[in-house]
Every structure is written in C-alpha cells, then in structure tokens.
Design a protein around this ligand. Structure first.
Ligand SMILES: Nc1ncnc2c1ncn2[C@@H]1O[C@H](COP(=O)(O)OP(=O)(O)O)[C@@H](O)[C@H]1O
Ligand SMILES: O=C(O)C1=C[C@@H](OP(=O)(O)O)[C@@H](O)[C@H](O)C1
Ligand SMILES: [Mg+2]
Length: 172
C-alpha cells in the first residue's frame, strides 16, 4: 500500500502539514509520535524520562515498520529523529513510499520551537542561546539522513496551505 512520509527537523511542520494534507487528499494521517504514545500509554516526555532515549528509538523503529506494513494508504508524519536511527533512512527509499523532506532553515526552526519546546525532551530544558547552537549543530548532523528522502520541499516563509500545495504537486 502507498505511504506518503513527511520528515524533517523538529518544528519543520511534519505534524501540522500531514494533518492538512490529509484533509485535502482524504488519505488518513498517522503521526508516528502519537502512535508510540498510544501504544505505550506514555507521553514522549515520559518515555524519555522513565526509559531513556535508546528505548524510545527502539519503539520508534518498531512503530515505523508497523505503520509501513499496514494495508492502508496513509500519510505518516515522522518524529524529527526517525530517519537518523536504526537505518530508518533506508526505508524512505522503498518503492511504495513517497518520502518528502520538509526543509527549514535554522532561523525558521528556532522561531517555531522557541515557544514550543516543552513537549520535546531534547530541547525542553535549554535556554534560547543553547537552543540556537544546538539546532544549528544537530541539523547539520541530521541532514545526511534527511537527504535520503525522495523529494524535498523548502518550508521557509511558506504558509501551511502553500506547503501543502507544494506537496500536492509532487503527488500529481
Ligand atoms: N507555515 C507553517 N507550516 C507549518 N507549521 C507552521 C507554519 N507556521 C507556523 N507553524 C507552526 O510551527 C509548529 C510546527 O510544529 P509541528 O507541526 O508539531 O512540527 P513537527 O511535527 O515537524 O515537529 C506548529 O506550532 C505550527 O503551528
Ligand atoms: O528530533 C527528535 O529526535 C525528536 C522529535 C520529536 O518529534 P517532532 O519532530 O514532531 O517534534 C519526537 O519524536 C521526540 O521528541 C524526538
Ligand atoms: Mg511532530
């Protein structure tokens, strides 16, 4: 079954764009983090606190495989780190997967994350200065994996509707 997979750094808009793309296409939307939370009955924060990041990455890999194997057509919003662990980046190239990297600049990510960090354990306790440096370095490290997506859409200075439109062009 066909899967549209959205990936990119925290705050690039995966969850928001996937939801809006779903409304337009009528293809059901699944957020990988939400699926992990529902299955484990814990929030992402609680998983990191109680079991640590390595355990989260294991759940994330298993859930990604499970969603890709389902019989439905789906739009899947990944977590920001999903492509960067457990060789998940190789799954972005599968024949039945349309993978789209939502590419955002450090400035865009910082502006969106600075007031939205509490549910993101990797940055939740950072001050503004630390966050800016962290995003810059981390994005650089992760870009190798994000660039395994089949398609790339730049999201800087684009509204939600414009980005959804850019993805619709890829799907046409
Ligand atoms: N043009 C835009 N496209 C996507 N998200 C945007 C845009 N402008 C502002 N936002 C906000 O940025 C945040 C993106 O968060 P989210 O969708 O959770 O990203 P991700 O799932 O990639 O971490 C949301 O608070 C969203 O409302
Ligand atoms: O970048 C990451 O490693 C993470 C991103 C989060 O998802 P979002 O990108 O939707 O915030 C979530 O999976 C977890 O906090 C780890
Ligand atoms: Mg998300």
């Amino acid at each position: 079954m066909k899967k549209i997979v959205l990936l990119g750094y925290m705050g690039c808009g995966k969850s928001t764009i996937a939801q809006n793309l779903s409304k337009i296409t009528n293809i059901p939307f699944l957020d990988l983090d939400k699926c992990i939370e529902e299955k484990s009955n814990l929030s992402i924060n609680q998983i990191f606190e109680q079991h640590g990041e390595i355990y989260f990455r294991k759940l994330e890999h298993e859930m990604f495989l499970e969603l890709l194997q389902s019989e439905e057509n789906n739009i899947i919003g990944l977590g920001g780190g999903t492509p960067c662990y457990a060789n998940n980046h190789e799954l972005l190239q599968k024949e039945d997967v349309t993978s789209v990297y939502l590419k955002a600049s450090i400035e865009t990510l910082y502006d969106r994350l600075v007031h939205n960090k509490s549910k993101r354990p990797l940055i939740a306790n950072m001050n503004e200065e630390e966050m800016k440096e962290f995003i810059a370095k981390h994005l650089f490290d992760r870009s190798f994996y994000y660039n395994h997506a089949k398609h790339k859409v730049v999201v800087d200075n684009r509204t939600v509707d414009e980005t959804v439109g850019d993805i619709m062009k890829i799907l046409a």
